[in-house]
Design a protein around this ligand. Sequence first.
Ligand code: NAD
Length: 267
Amino acid sequence: MSGGRLTGRKALVTGGARGIGEAIATALVNAGASVMITDILSDLGKETAAKIGKSGVKTGFAELNVTDDAQWEKAVAATVSELGGYDILINNAGIELTSLLIDIKADDMRRMCDVNIVGTGLGMKHAFRAMKPGGAAGKGGAIVNISSVAATIAYPSIAGYSATKSAVDRMTRIGAMEAGKLGYGVRVNCIYPGLAPTEMGMKLATDIAALGLAADVNAAVASVIEQTPLGRLAEISEIADAAVFLCSDEARFITGIGLPVDGGMGT
Ligand SMILES: NC(=O)c1ccc[n+]([C@@H]2O[C@H](COP(=O)([O-])OP(=O)(O)OC[C@H]3O[C@@H](n4cnc5c(N)ncnc54)[C@H](O)[C@@H]3O)[C@@H](O)[C@H]2O)c1
């Protein structure tokens, strides 16, 4: 991807300490944006922020549990004051707790709802407030919510997770509608990543094998690959490139979409 297309933009990435969030933060920095990494993993988040910093762009870290309204307020204020604005939100933090429906635990479902749905909703709330005309940053912007291919397929053992990612998809459309109709100057889109070999992705493959849905981890991964027209897992940089595109001016007339980055696995 060409550098500099996000020069001068200021971004906040949730769950940015590792995995897909780290990859997106890195790609934003490479495209010229300043980035505030946020996460519940403070030490790792600080390390990641220091690692991806480049001359000419600022990076910082703010502790943010996305389920906590008050922490959102603080993290957004820190972004505006330390980076000098707020134009981009990547709602990436998420959790996946695998279970067949027959064994589903209420607490696990509630935890996924809290992080994946409430966290994404609060992120949009505080971004709209800060980015809209008259807000603390006030220049509009772009939000990218990380949904999942799980929102577009019926894969066994991820009913709760898929439900929360479908909710992220639907909230994206409503966020785009409200932001457009109410003149916030904010575009809202989501991405459906395919399985990527992060901590979350490999734990899911392990869980699928443990549930007896595949002979072992390799067979679980192979079954996903077999259902993927492009015949491999997603690379985190590919998801990051899509996020940079959706934040850039090249996507200036795109809002309310879900972009699959899944090698063709979903619909
Ligand atoms: N890895 C995949 O195969 C895959 C596929 C599709 C979608 N996704 C989605 O991509 C996003 C990132 O996934 P990943 O694979 O990098 O996972 P990961 O587990 O490697 O990283 C998730 C990050 O989110 C942070 N986090 C968890 N709960 C949090 C909370 N309450 N507040 C703030 N931060 C929190 C974690 O500390 C971690 O740094 C998630 O939303 C996930 O659902 C992942």
